[in-house]
Ligand binder design. Structure first.
Ligand SMILES: *Cc1c(COP(=O)(O)O)cnc(C)c1O
Length: 390
């Protein structure tokens, strides 16, 4: 048997590698503090679980769902976009499609728009799927470095003219995984204008739209006037409502973008379980108090971790959003050397920054997905071996 050549071009999925390393050490009896993958450890809020109980008892949820999502789900998503972002008038029939979490929709968007030889503009560091799905589609990833000095935003002037002209998709993600960077409406407006100039579909991965702290509310790219002419936005309930296992989200925006994605999806999947769509609709009704109950837990962990790292000399800012702290490795280490050191000397598992792209070299990412006492323990272990940023 022979695997397809395209698989040779795909690097091992970052987190699959980390899981393997963790299992190896756990088998040796090492007590690992796993701050690797951004998978919430808290339960899904009870109003959503309750809606699921009711939905699954209703036999009308048991057969195949409509490919694009039930009309009530798409309407609920459109209403949520209006309530949350003041994005009015999204047509549930042509401008919204359900997704089995964002990952599949991201991948399928590449299949819908990228042909062999086309460029995709992807952020570096960035969610690994942007790169691998470009390769699956036969395209060429062109990476846009996200640098601290630019506020982790892409430098549009640095994109060569000939690349822009051959690019089909422009991928951004704010609040950003892994850097924690955020974008303002003015930042989005510049990207919308750039994409309009070159007729590139602007794809905003908004996985962390609700995961912000201290009163900050991340905007939608669709709030930029005219953005719907060129942009689609990927929403997921995974991170915001501790629902990574449920696999549900939606994509909203430009009708050609939605149509292309929908056409691929109709041929490769059969939609989201209707009971889960109903539970997600309860998710759209989450009150500010219920959301804050989730975010307060992450906010406290963030503070413990940032304070702890600062006490060891780390030069870092408090992230305004996401589930992550993005921190520089101490001078003298590469990313890979430092995360190996942390794992072997402290039993702390974190991904190296370069796992998210070459521009992530010199950084590591810590996920806020372990309880407070483990956070304290992680800092304590670093202190005990005399580790400092210097
Ligand atoms: C977690 C994540 C996703 C995927 O989430 P789903 O569970 O597939 O909805 C997409 N993009 C980014 C940036 C993420 O961090």
């Amino acid at each position: 048997m022979q695997l397809a050549k395209r698989l040779e071009k795909i690097p091992p999925y970052l987190f699959a590698e980390l899981d393997r390393k963790r299992d190896e050490l756990v088998a040796k009896g090492v007590d690992i503090i796993n701050m690797g993958v951004g998978d919430p450890d808290q339960p899904t809020p009870s109003h959503i679980v309750e809606a699921m109980h009711q939905a699954i008892d209703d036999p009308s949820t048991h057969n195949y769902p409509p490919y694009q999502g039930t009309i009530s789900y798409r309407q609920a998503a459109a209403e949520w976009m209006e309530r949350r972002f003041k994005v009015k008038g999204l047509d549930p029939n042509t401008e919204i499609v359900s997704s089995i979490g964002s990952k599949e929709a991201i991948h399928n968007t590449f299949l819908a728009f990228v042909e062999p030889g086309d460029y995709t503009l992807i952020s570096d560091p960035g969610y690994p799927v942007y790169r691998t799905s470009t390769i699956f589609a036969g395209g060429e990833p062109y990476t846009m470095p996200l640098l601290a000095k630019n506020g982790f935003l892409p430098d549009l002037d640095a994109i060569p003219e000939e690349v822009a002209q051959k690019a089909k998709l422009f991928w951004i993600n704010y609040p950003n995984n892994p850097t924690g960077g955020i974008a303002t409406l003015e930042d989005f407006e510049k990207m919308v204008n750039f994409c309009k100039k070159y007729q590139i579909l602007l794809c905003h991965d908004h996985a962390y739209s609700e995961m912000a702290y201290d009163g900050y509310k991340p905007p939608s790219v669709l709030e930029v006037p005219g953005a719907k002419d060129i942009a689609i936005e990927f929403h997921s309930l995974s991170k915001s409502y501790n629902m990574t296992g449920w696999r549900v989200g939606f994509v909203a925006g430009n009708p050609i973008g939605i149509k292309g994605l929908g056409q691929v999806k109709t041929n490769v999947d059969s939609g989201v379980f209707k009971a889960i769509q109903r539970a997600a609709m309860a998710g759209f009704q989450t009150t500010e108090a219920q959301l804050q109950a989730v975010m307060t837990v992450y906010g406290r962990r963030r503070n413990i971790l940032v304070e702890g790292l600062k006490s060891l000399g780390w030069p870092i800012d408090v992230p305004k959003a996401t589930l992550y702290v993005w921190a520089p490795v101490p001078p003298g280490y590469t990313s890979t050397e430092f995360v190996t050191f942390l794992l072997e000397k402290c039993g702390i598992l974190v991904p190296p920054g370069n796992g998210y792209g070459a521009a992530g070299e010199g950084f590591f990412r810590m996920a806020l997905t372990v309880p407070e006492e483990k956070m304290y323990q992680a800092i304590e272990r670093m202190k005990e071996i005399g580790l400092r940023y210097q």
